[in-house]
Design a protein around this ligand. Sequence first.
Ligand code: NDP
Length: 234
Amino acid sequence: MGRTALVVGGARGIGLATAHELVKDGHRVAVTYRDSAPPPDIFAVRCDVADTASVDEAFARVERELSAVEIVVVAAGVTRDKLLMRMNDEDFADVLDTNLTGAFRVAKRASRAMVRARWGRLIFISSAVALRGEAGQANYAASKAGLIGFARSLTRELGSRNITANVVAPGYTETDMTASLTEDQREHMRSQVPLGRAAQPEEIAAAVSYVASDRAGYVSGAIIPVDGGAGMGH
Ligand code: NDP
């Protein structure tokens, strides 16, 4: 029997591919959108992860329309790439607020019903950059590394309630986020990948599908790299 899943940041890119994969797995799936148009084929609710009330309202709508959320995937993320010398307080704080504090807001709201149900899957989309670091991405890498400590702490807090918390760490994936890079930058990223190509969003979604499943009931606090080998050794 399927479960109720919510993909936060699921209107495009990795989040949308994940939502489609979870539908294929037989789950009842909702996505959140903010600036993107909601996908035509999946139940969608508006949500800005930078706003606690908006997160609460999105969960309340999914609870009303579907049921309590049992699987939550946090795919919402932004970049604001700049070298440290040029990065101002806002560049740093805004990226942290969306990528890391946003995940906190979502997980906190999701955990209530999961604790009650004694079942839950918390899945955070981090990045290979979390472990490797990247010039020009100190804010982004810090936010994505923060997700690891966050998920591992939740594993310790919530594990006894049968709730798992895992991190999926994609490498260079073809989405809008990387389409804005120059061809030189993309070539540089490809050159660091042993498989010699970017990932497709569906390849990240496959890993999320696994940790969301009943089969992954004993996997928690894990970092699952899906990066064509780019992060090996980190
Ligand atoms: P996209 O830029 O295509 O999508 C970003 C998503 O985040 C959109 O769905 C967007 O929603 C959502 N989002 C951004 N800010 C907010 C916010 N404040 N509240 C709610 N939703 C928000 O990127 P990807 O699909 O590539 O990225 C998905 C995740 O994967 C991100 O966390 C990213 O950091 C991570 N990742 C991506 C990699 C890549 O190479 N592409 C590599 C490693 C990790 P909307 O459009 O509705 O505003």
